[in-house]
Design a protein. Structure first.
Length: 145
C-alpha cells in the first residue's frame, strides 16, 4: 500500500463519523438521551459496539459506511488489492450479521442505517424503534354464551 493510501486509511474514523454525529445531535435536540460507542458484552462472549445505544429501551443503532459495509446502492468492489479488500469486506458483513443475531437473541432491537440516508429519514427510523410497542388487545372469548 502506498503512503498516500495509508494516510487515507488512517484518517477513516471508527466512531464519530459525520452522519453519526449529525444523527446524535438531532436525536439529542429532540430530547433523546443515549450512550455512544458503548461496548455491549453479550452471552457467548460476543462483544458489540453500536454507534448509538439506548440502554433502557434496548435499541442499538449502527450508522454503516457504504464502502466498509458494502452498501447495495453505493458499495463497490475494490479494483486494486482485491486479494486484501474482498475478504476484508466479506468479514465486515459477516461480523455485522453475527452482531445483529447476538443482539436480537439478547432482546435488543437493531437499527442499521446507511451513511447516505437523509437525516430526517434516519431520525424517523430511530424514533420509531424507540416507541413503545402497542399493547396487545385481548378479547374475552364468548364461549358458553
Amino acid at each position: 500500500m502506498n503512503e498516500g493510501r495509508s494516510r487515507n486509511m488512517r484518517a477513516n474514523r471508527r466512531a464519530d463519523t459525520k452522519p453519526e454525529v449529525a444523527l446524535r445531535k438531532a436525536l439529542h435536540g429532540l430530547g433523546y438521551r443515549y450512550r455512544k460507542d458503548l461496548r455491549l458484552d453479550l452471552p457467548g462472549g460476543v462483544r458489540v459496539r453500536p454507534d448509538i445505544v439506548f440502554t433502557a429501551k434496548k435499541v442499538a443503532v449502527f450508522v454503516d459506511g457504504c464502502f466498509w459495509h458494502v452498501c447495495p446502492e453505493h458499495g463497490r468492489q475494490p479494483t486494486t488489492n482485491e486479494w486484501y479488500w474482498t475478504p476484508k469486506l466479506r468479514r465486515n458483513i459477516e461480523r455485522d450479521r453475527a452482531a445483529d443475531a447476538a443482539l436480537t437473541a439478547s432482546g435488543w432491537q437493531v437499527v442499521r442505517l446507511w451513511e447516505h440516508e437523509p437525516l430526517p429519514s434516519a431520525i424517523d427510523t430511530v424514533v420509531e424503534a424507540l416507541r413503545p410497542a402497542p399493547p396487545e388487545h385481548r378479547f374475552e372469548g364468548t364461549e358458553g354464551q
